[in-house]
Ligand binder design. Structure first.
Ligand SMILES: C=C(O[C@H]1C=CC=C(C(=O)O)[C@@H]1O)C(=O)O
Length: 409
């Protein structure tokens, strides 16, 4: 753990209302930019008042909650706003695999928020001095295979589909990685600006080098109310409006995709039901149309039965069948065996939490791990018994386009 302002001293936190800050992302300095933005609203943070590497293992969420209770609970808070997301806030990213290192929680020294028509600034200690530097372009970007080449990955998909047909499991989500190398260091702010502009409906995020724009809301907690947007079942966009419409209609009618979606909804329903006094899941999914793909989507709402924090709910839900599979344990074993890569934070929970346990966490899809001139990009899809490896590869390519656009414009 590192607590920049001293481990023994409670964090002195101050939240004050501010005028409309305009584009939140424009406030970010080049170093340690934290972000969670949708349709222009959200939070950006910079500086680090406290940071911790969460140890791997089955108890990692409980450990993180304990750490947050100590650091945020002990804070000396002067909060003139008293709204979800005011007062001290931590950003976090958890690895997909509970046994992997790399999960992190960070309490920024400054967080600028706009939510529900109000804006405020939270600072910890003296407001950190921002050294503004112009946003830089990374220049030409080239791509190389990550752990598996495209044909190797197709063979892995075929093996997984066979094991599903043989009855070992019902669904597994397989992913691959690409390594992007730029001419010059990658300025995360440029990626965030491009993602937020092109994918306003998605959650554009940046936490400790993990950057992306995910359409999938794992969980939002506002008091007792919770919401989730479950996605599974995908088709690339069409070449013209008629083709686009036909693809959407085919997706909606596809037994393979509807079954894939039902697995994801069932896993969310099963984990949320015991935590909730009421829970609503739609009978049928809707189509979510994004610039690169169309998804089957279900909006889930509920009311928590007791005082579970958003991180408690994240702990119960991760990994949903939208990123793991069904049954969960078998799917995780198959992913470890077949993918041949460390997913790091990809497909793991990413988001923020405040001292009252409110917050928003997404599933870190359409994302990349950025370091210097390099970025590891990730994309995958749900594999069923009748999956066609070439179609799954095309779907993953369409999903990679999000981060390729962020890097290249
Ligand atoms: C695994 C990914 O997407 C998941 C979320 C939405 C739709 C999915 C699908 O249709 O396969 C995946 O379950 C990814 O974007 O890398």
């Amino acid at each position: 753990m590192s607590v920049a302002l001293g481990t023994t001293r409670p964090l002195p936190v101050r939240t004050t209302p501010v005028g409309d800050p305009g584009n939140l992302l424009a406030s970010l300095p080049a170093t340690t930019p934290y972000a969670w933005i949708r349709n222009g609203d959200g939070l950006v943070g910079w500086g680090e008042a406290a940071r911790v590497a969460v140890p791997p293992g089955p108890g990692r969420f409980a450990w993180a909650r304990q750490w947050l209770a100590t650091v945020l609970g002990d804070a000396q808070v002067d909060d003139a706003v008293r709204h979800p997301g005011s007062g001290p806030v931590a950003f976090g990213s958890f690895t997909f695999d509970e046994n992997a290192h790399g999960s992190v929680l960070v309490v920024p020294r400054a967080v600028l928020t706009r939510r529900g028509g109000r804006a405020w600034l939270t600072t910890i200690g003296e407001a950190p001095v921002k050294t503004f530097s112009p946003i830089t372009d990374p220049g030409r970007v080239s791509y190389g295979d990550g752990s598996l080449s495209a044909p190797e990955w197709e063979r892995v998909v075929a093996r997984a589909a066979r094991r599903i047909r043989e009855g070992e499991l019902e669904k597994v989500v397989l992913a691959r990685d690409l390594v992007a190398t730029a001419e010059r260091p990658i300025d995360v702010r440029l990626l965030l600006m491009r993602l937020a502009r092109r994918y306003p409906e998605c959650y554009t995020f940046s936490v400790a080098g993990l950057v992306g724009a995910t359409p999938e809301l794992l969980i939002r907690r506002t008091g007792q109310e919770i919401e989730s947007l479950v996605l599974a079942g995908t088709t690339p966009r069409g070449s013209d409006p008629a083709d686009d419409f036909a693809r959407g209609a085919a997706l909606f009618a596809s037994p393979k995709d509807r079954h894939e979606h039902e697995c994801a909804i069932a896993s969310v329903r099963e984990t949320l039901a015991p935590l909730c006094s009421s829970l609503t899941t739609p009978d049928e999914p809707e189509l979510l149309v994004l610039p690169n793909v169309q998804h089957l989507a279900s909006h889930v709402t509920g009311r928590l039965a007791d005082g579970a924090s958003v991180l408690d709910v994240v702990a119960a839900m991760h990994p949903t069948a939208a990123v793991g599979g069904t049954p969960t344990r078998t799917a995780i074993e198959v992913i470890r065996e077949l993918e041949g890569m460390d997913r790091a934070g990809y497909a793991g929970p990413v988001g923020w939490i405040d001292a009252n346990g409110d917050g928003e966490w997404g599933i870190a899809l359409r994302s990349g791990l950025v370091q210097g001139r390099r970025a590891r990009l990730f994309a995958g899809g749900g594999i069923m018994g009748d999956s066609d490896p070439a179609a799954e590869l095309a779907e993953a390519q369409a999903k990679f386009r999000v981060m390729q656009y962020a890097l290249e414009g």
